[in-house]
Design a protein around this ligand. Structure first.
Ligand code: PEP
Length: 263
């Protein structure tokens, strides 16, 4: 067994009602074996979290919410707070590009959500990534720098070690075009992200926090990203809704961990 687990997070986005979610969990449960060197996280809709928390085998799956509101309680009709999610989920996805783009989530909103997650003992999965326009204009590093510095502005160095950052170039996400990013380019950006965290918090924090890649990842191509240095796993959208593809992604991760363990 290797010392670092691979973290695979399935973001089901606004798909599947409670019954459909239950069926998908059932299918995944049948196909996926428990492996201590892989951590599997499912992020269904808010409505499915409670029934799924009863249904899942907790040795196999953990739960994430796709979003939450940064205030703990109050006159905020229609919102669900991190406080309310405390006993249900291990993780909350924060700053997903669909939320930044469709719902106008600013850098400061993301910062406040990260603080709310940590205050409520929930691990944030902070999504960062540049748009196609920014990418083409050569602004990737500046964009990521601003996203990282703002998101982490209330985070201590011991907290940063526990959190997860997912690098998701917006242009690579299926929602926004799904152009596949070259693993060699992703490697450079992952190195840049770790270097940013190192500048802010020092080498041990930069090594400890988990860094994922996301952007049209499926069972055929996942290995190319999981093999990258400093890549701790993947955030998977569309392919996580298909039990054959998602279990194929898990199989690819198992194979990689087995090979690493044998080396
Ligand atoms: C996502 O939703 O974070 C994502 C990466 O989606 P997809 O895998 O469909 O591109």
């Amino acid at each position: 067994m290797t010392d670092r687990k691979i973290l695979l997070v399935g973001n089901w986005k606004m798909h599947l009602n409670v019954q459909q979610s239950s069926l998908l969990v059932h299918r995944l449960h049948e196909r996926i074996r428990i492996r201590r060197d892989i951590e599997l996280v499912l992020a269904p809709s808010m409505l499915s979290l409670q029934p799924m928390s009863v249904q899942i085998d907790r040795r196999k799956f953990r739960l994430a919410a796709q979003n939450a509101y940064h205030k703990d309680e109050g006159t905020c009709t229609g919102e669900v707070s991190f406080t309310m999610l405390q006993d249900l989920v291990h993780y909350v996805i924060i700053g997903h590009s669909e939320r930044r783009i469709y719902f106008g989530e600013t850098l400061e909103v993301v910062r406040d959500k990260v603080a709310a997650a940590l205050r409520n003992d929930i691990t944030p999965i902070i999504c960062i990534g540049e748009t196609e326009v920014e990418h083409k204009a050569g602004e990737t590093r500046q964009v990521l720098h601003d996203q990282i510095v703002t998101a982490l502005s209330n985070v201590t160095s011991s907290q940063v070690k526990e959190l997860v950052i997912a690098y998701e170039p917006v242009w690579a996400i299926s929602t926004f075009g799904g152009t596949l990013a070259k693993p060699s380019d992703v490697q450079e950006t992952l190195n840049f992200i770790r270097a940013q965290v190192k500048d802010l918090y020092g080498p041990s924090a930069a090594k400890a926090f988990r860094l994922l890649y996301g952007g049209s990842v499926d069972n055929q191509i996942v290995r190319g990203y999981l093999e990258l240095e400093g890549c701790d796993g993947a955030l998977i959208g569309s392919a996580s809704l298909n039990y054959e593809k998602f279990s194929g992604i898990c199989d690819a991760a198992y194979r990689l961990q087995t090979e690493r363990g044998e080396q």
